[in-house]
Design a protein around this ligand. Structure first.
Ligand SMILES: [Zn+2]
Ligand SMILES: [Zn+2]
Length: 263
């Protein structure tokens, strides 16, 4: 290599590295803004709330005709992971699951290993129950005490904190967004990506890849509604720091699921 070549090469490298620094906020925003969504972090208070309030753990509203929902595997009462009252959600969330109470029950019985035995990381596992109870249903007037073993501490959701949320990973590919490595690094550094922690709406934080379940009735991809992350408001870890998502079919609103993945 001649001295001239050396300088040419060096010059080229300099140009490349200057380019790294010239990724602008403007150019990233221009690409991502059409996909920007609002997400909301729940604001919680560790206390016991009424049965009809939005919460993590604690006692939910139950139908007049039923006992506490039990696991299809071990037959023990399942943890209430969350209950969301549609009247207590932010107005611009537009009632994402309809009217009523969204409830997520999940068996955490580690002795019987229900999570593994029933493959609760996949949607529609029999050690989970995800449903919406309408406000017009007949609810039990008796305040049935929880019989959940090792019940997680109850946290009442007292408000919602709005955040900007962006798609990330393979979801970007699906949306036809292609970044250069530099742009990708920039977006990552500035956190223009799907947020971790528990949140309402926004974009799901996928750990493995895009995994919206299909509705068992019509086969359509289900809508993402709520994210429950490991060890955020619930003192619970999905596998190795996994992240779970609650989804619902747009057409069949009684088809709901929880599923999760970990790294
Ligand atoms: Zn179980
Ligand atoms: Zn459907």
């Amino acid at each position: 290599m001649g001295i001239f070549d050396f300088f040419t090469k060096k010059e080229k490298m300099t140009i490349t590295s200057t380019k790294t620094n010239t990724v602008t906020d403007e150019e990233i925003k221009k690409v991502l803004d059409p996909h920007k969504r609002k997400a909301w972090y729940p604001v919680v208070k560790e206390e016991k709330g009424g049965r009809d309030t939005s919460k993590f753990s604690g006692s939910p509203v139950l139908l007049d005709s039923e006992e506490w929902p039990c696991c299809g595997n071990c037959k023990e009462p399942m943890q209430l992971f969350t209950q969301l009252n549609s009247n207590e959600l932010p107005q611009d969330a537009n009632k994402p699951f309809g009217e009523g109470y969204l409830q997520v029950f999940y068996c955490t019985n580690s002795e019987k290993e229900c999570e593994i035995e029933t493959e609760a990381y996949f949607p529609f596992s029999k050690s989970t129950l995800v449903r919406v109870l309408g406000f017009d249903e007949a609810f039990s007037k008796i305040n049935k005490p929880s019989q959940v073993k090792e019940e997680l501490p109850e946290k009442v959701i007292t408000g919602w904190e709005p955040q900007n949320d962006y798609p990330s990973g393979e979801e970007l590919d699906e949306l036809g967004v292609s970044f250069t490595d530099e742009q990708f690094d920039y977006a990552y550094e500035k956190n223009y990506m799907s947020l971790s922690n528990d949140k309402l709406l926004g974009w799901p934080l996928w750990v493995q890849g895009v995994e919206y379940p299909d509705c068992p009735e019509c086969g359509e991809r289900m809508n993402y509604i709520f994210q429950i992350d490991s060890d955020d408001n619930l003192d619970y870890m999905f596998g190795d720091a996994g992240c779970s998502h609650i989804t619902q079919c747009k057409k069949h609103r009684d088809k709901l699921a929880i599923a999760w993945a970990c790294g």
